[in-house]
Design a protein around this ligand. Structure first.
Ligand SMILES: OC[C@@H]1[C@@H](O)[C@H](O)[C@@H](O)c2[nH]c(CCc3ccccc3)c[n+]21
Length: 487
């Protein structure tokens, strides 16, 4: 059997936009993602699914039910969210903060004193804040661990209007992360939430997967992410502002909290298909995948010159892992090869012969073990698996996916990786961004019409492992890759 430490946390992650809405009164219409997925042009062109988040699993109202299910499955930790557009439906630009810039215009310091928090209270939706307190408290009162992540993709419309950016360009529209002001406004939001909710939070995270926000938003226009505005310069600008936003949020949270502050990042395993490209893939991993966290941990990165105002801003690392990125030499250049990793056959197989999810993501647990060992060596930080899961409506592979990836975590920990817990993505089916309800990631199936929850069989496998904090012998066979290859 594979035994985890007795204080190893098992649980799940959720985000506001994807889980909260579903019953009347829970809608948040003033965000960039809301207008984006309701835009008739985006729906007509198939850029987004046409499903709507207001028909989602209704966690805003049914959170007690989900917490009951989570507890029954042996879960002891949740990573949750809070929607910026709910808390501040109106602009916060006029509220004072002490901002310091260096000679290049970099935002090297932001202070949000209590007087500013009091100013923010006058324009905040304090009822929404109170409701978040009820949600978090319901989980904490069960003696559980709660990790609060501040930003998981939607921005308030007053800060980012994606349809205007796409139509008029970022100079003539609220441009979100392309606008330096976003760094300061995010710091105000972070300070406000830390001031009001720190008593319910065990660990903080500033943001989820900033790399997906700037990559899908600015250099992958077919991803269905806002603003769908193709510009490598914009991508760079957004990346730099997200790096600064993380560092300034880290600073202001520390003003109001003595808890750990981390970041949750979209990892993958850049995997050389042949030995001949191994060295180049390692260089790509360091230059591309690791550069954001390098910047806010070491204070410098392959593509970012040294800045001591960015150094030492990560107490723990949230690792989101789903699949690999296979690389080989194509026309002389070492590039990701399609047909593997995130570009396999939906509901079919990758070119490796390995089974894929409904989303077409190759099931590749080996990548998680290699990634965790590499991150442990590079940063030596405490880590949490903050997302790992599979779009699998029929629950064909989820048990194998779960056990094979937990086995990968176990093997990495044996080699010294400091992993504190495993948070599955996710407990229930939810709104999968541009894919809507087509992709079902839940251990628990949700009928979005009735909002009724139903356990998928893999939930019972999860319960066996979480309650015993081990992969028991009678379930070990599920970690074998033999079940995951084309026959
Ligand atoms: O796609 C499943 C989940 C999302 O529902 C989460 O909100 C998001 O944090 C998240 N990230 C990833 C991996 C990176 C990725 C993001 C978007 C699309 C495809 C892959 C997978 N997921």
């Amino acid at each position: 059997m594979y035994k985890f430490p007795k204080d190893f946390l098992f649980g799940y992650s959720w985000s506001g936009f994807q889980f909260e809405m579903g019953l009347p009164g829970s809608e948040v219409p003033n965000s960039d993602w809301w207008v984006w997925v309701h835009d008739i042009e985006n729906i007509a062109t198939g850029l987004v699914s046409g499903d709507l988040p207001e028909n989602g699993p209704a966690y805003w109202d049914l959170y007690k039910k989900d917490h009951d299910i989570a507890e029954s499955l042996g879960m002891d930790a949740i990573r949750g969210g809070i929607e910026w557009a709910r808390i501040f439906p109106k602009p916060t630009f006029d509220v004072k903060a002490r901002v310091e810039k260096d000679e290049e215009g970099n935002i090297v310091s932001v202070e949000v004193p209590e007087s500013s928090i009091k100013e923010l209270e006058k324009i905040a939706d304090m009822k929404a804040l109170e409701h978040y307190r009820e949600i978090y408290a319901d989980w904490k009162e069960r003696g559980k661990t709660f990790i609060l992540n501040l930003y998981h993709w939607p921005l308030p419309l007053w800060l980012h209007d994606p349809l205007k950016v796409r139509k008029l360009g970022p100079d003539r529209a609220p441009a979100g992360w392309l606008d330096d002001k976003s760094v300061v406004e995010f710091a105000k939001f972070a300070a406000f939430v830390a001031y009001h909710l720190d008593d319910l939070v065990d660990s903080w995270s500033t943001m989820n997967e900033p790399n997906v926000v700037y990559q899908n938003g600015y250099t992958r226009p077919t991803s269905g992410f806002p603003p769908g505005y193709l510009s490598f310069e914009a991508e760079r600008k957004a990346k730099m502002n997200l790096i600064q936003a993380h560092a300034r949020a880290y600073d202001v949270i520390k003003e109001y909290s003595d808890k750990d502050v981390g970041i949750i990042y979209a990892y993958t395993w850049p995997d050389p298909l042949r030995e001949e490209v191994e060295d180049e893939v390692r260089a790509i991993r360091e230059r591309e995948l690791y550069s954001f966290v390098d910047a806010v941990h070491f204070g410098k990165a392959a593509d970012i010159e040294e800045r001591d105002d960015l150094q030492g801003k990560v107490d723990w690392l949230g690792v989101n892992y789903y699949s690999r990125l296979a690389f080989d030499r194509v026309n002389g250049h070492v590039l990701p090869v399609s047909g593997y990793g995130f570009s396999g056959e939906r509901g079919g197989y990758a070119r490796s012969g390995r089974a894929c999810s409904d989303f077409g993501w190759e099931i590749y647990p080996e990548g998680l073990e290699k990634l965790l060992k590499d991150l442990a060596k590079r940063y030596g930080l405490p880590m949490m698996i903050t997302e790992n899961g599979i779009a699998d409506a029929a629950d064909r592979y989820r048990s194998h996916y779960l056990v094979s990836h937990l086995r990968a975590v176990y093997e990495a920990m044996k080699e010294g990786a400091d992993v504190r817990g495993y948070l599955h993505w996710s407990l229930t089916d939810n709104y999968e961004w541009a894919q809507g309800f087509r992709m079902r990631f839940g251990l628990v199936y949700v009928d979005m019409g009735t909002k009724k929850r139903y356990l998928r069989p893999s939930a019972l496998v999860f319960r066996e492992i979480a309650t015993r904090k081990e992969i028991p012998e009678e379930l070990e066979h599920l970690s074998s890759l033999d079940f995951l290859v084309r026959r």
